[in-house]
Design a protein around this ligand. Structure first.
Ligand code: HEC
Length: 115
């Protein structure tokens, strides 16, 4: 009986450990939380950027950028990488973002990519 308990605890620990590893590798991109600190950082890059701008960018990103592939983690690319790819993605007919939306998405991914 005792061996069984030890065995059960062992199995539970292995499962928990596997979960925590998985969690560290993959964050839920849809749930990235931006704060005032991110907005301060963003305002230094793009004068006048607010937390509301970043959040609209995130919303546009969440609602459009998973139409053809899974949402890409903002950490995946550097700022330069995003500057190249976002205009290409934004003009895809399936979503066809306007310049303002494209700009908000870009600010969001670059800011969220620092985290
Ligand atoms: C109409 C379909 C479509 C939509 C909508 C779309 N993508 Fe893509 N995306 C693709 C395809 C196809 C590729 C791979 C080929 C390429 O690079 O063009 C790709 C590749 C990418 C890559 C580079 C691949 C990598 O893993 O390095 C990134 C980053 C990306 N998309 C981000 C976005 C973002 C951000 C949006 C929203 C603004 C978006 N995509 C919307 C089709 C789409």
């Amino acid at each position: 009986m005792k061996t069984l308990k030890i065995f059960a605890v062992l199995i539970a620990s292995v499962i928990l450990f596997a979960f925590s590893l998985n969690h560290q590798q993959k964050r839920d991109v849809k749930e990235i939380m931006l704060t005032e600190e991110d907005a301060d950082w963003a305002a230094k890059q793009w004068n006048g950027t607010t937390l509301a701008d970043l959040k609209s960018g995130q919303e546009i990103f969440n609602n459009n950028c998973d139409k053809c592939h899974k949402l890409k983690d903002p950490k995946k690319l550097t700022a330069e990488g995003w500057q190249k790819i976002v205009p290409k993605m934004a003009e895809k007919k399936k979503i066809n973002l306007d310049k303002k939306q494209e700009d908000l998405v870009l600010k969001f991914v670059i800011t969220a990519g620092r985290k």
